[in-house]
Write a protein that binds this ligand. Structure first.
Ligand code: GYE
Length: 348
């Protein structure tokens, strides 16, 4: 049906064009341009004649994207920087970001995810507060055809339930911390650990890597959680300093915010910088300041600025492109010797 109608129409158009050209004055390159049908991308599509060619594939841009980011909380400077990275990147790229703050509660993150599934968002990026307990909601997202990128910490769920993980290698961070402690205590000693949120990929990985690497002559006297939160870490530090007075050679603290609380407790206990060796994680401005002041001897970097990478991957998913199943952030260890020089360059 289509072809029988199109043919006479085409013939008429051609006759009309021939007439117009015939009447027109000398054709200059400028006047010729508007007649060219493929001058703009938009006009090119509907005119595309060959009925046999596949229809033009939609290429999505950032402006088409609705991304769900059910943030886990606001417990640390790392987290604040992570949130800012997502919000700023979304604003820059024109991504519609659905952001929420679960206040460290997994059930809040799960409800936020369910709301996003209902809204039929394009992609969900999930920074899981703990590793376990995600199977059901991940399955729901999968059934709804919404890809989930796990961001920052890991999950224990089957890999078929999410498309990728973008974040740090937490075990490696723990190993780096262990190596630094070995260097700081070459003759061995006693150390204490204040860990992150119990059951979180970050705390589990860091604790594991640290234990794997620590020399046999170094003993972990005790380990308690501070939930990655300075307010919760402070009483833990105070209790440790009291209980193990005179026996502590080193501290491994799972993030800079909690390390700042430990420094406060050490000051109150009359300790001087360097009396107890301290290794922390993140590399926040606060961490750099503690190195400058002599309290922290090594700060293992953990980069929170994941917004651009996550959004790039989300767009690739929308366009059906292949993505990596695991993208680990390249990270270093910072030391006091150039901390003052680097502090002004720190973004978080
Ligand atoms: O080290 C800590 C934050 O999951 C890597 O969470 C993140 C950790 C980070 O609260 O400061």
């Amino acid at each position: 049906m289509k072809s029988t109608k199109v043919l006479p129409v085409l013939v008429m158009v051609l006759i009309l064009l021939a007439t117009l050209v015939g009447c027109a004055p000398a054709v200059t390159p400028e006047s010729a341009q508007p007649a060219a049908p493929v001058a703009t991308e938009k006009s090119a599509e509907p005119v595309a004649p060959a009925a046999t060619e596949a229809p033009a594939k939609t290429v999505y841009t950032y402006a088409d994207m609705t991304l769900c980011y059910p943030q886990l909380g606001a417990e640390s400077d790392w987290r604040t920087a992570n949130t800012a990275s997502f919000k700023e990147t979304a604003a820059e790229l024109g991504v519609n970001l659905i952001f929420s703050d679960a206040q460290q509660k997994q059930e809040n993150q799960i409800s936020a995810m369910r709301a996003c599934i209902q809204q039929e968002v394009d992609v969900i990026a999930l920074p899981p507060v703990v590793e376990d307990g995600w199977d059901a909601v991940l399955q729901e997202a999968k059934d709804a055809g919404i890809p989930v990128i796990i961001v920052d910490r890991s999950v224990s769920a089957d890999k078929s339930l999410y498309v990728s993980h973008i974040g740090s290698d937490m075990v490696l961070e723990g190993r780096k911390a262990g190596e630094e402690m070995n260097k700081l205590l070459p003759n061995g000693g006693n150390v204490l650990e204040i860990s992150g949120t119990t059951g979180s990929g970050a705390a589990v990985g860091r604790a594991q890597g640290f234990r794997e690497t620590l020399n046999a002559n170094i003993t972990i006297l005790d380990s308690q959680t501070g939930n990655f939160n300075p307010t919760e870490a402070k009483p833990v530090a105070e209790a440790f300093l009291k209980k193990y007075e005179g026996q502590i050679d080193g501290f491994f603290i799972h993030n800079d915010g909690m390390a700042e609380a430990v420094v406060e407790a050490m000051k109150a206990a009359g300790l001087q910088p360097g009396d107890v060796k301290m290794i922390s994680v993140d590399g926040t401005r606060g961490g750099f300041q503690m190195m400058i002041d002599g309290w922290v001897q090594a700060d293992v970097e953990c980069n929170p600025l994941l917004g651009p990478q996550v959004m790039e991957m989300a767009l690739m998913l929308m366009n059906g492109e292949e993505i990596e199943a695991e993208v680990l952030t390249n990270e270093t260890v910072y030391y006091p010797d150039n901390a003052a020089e680097l502090l002004p360059t720190r973004k978080y």
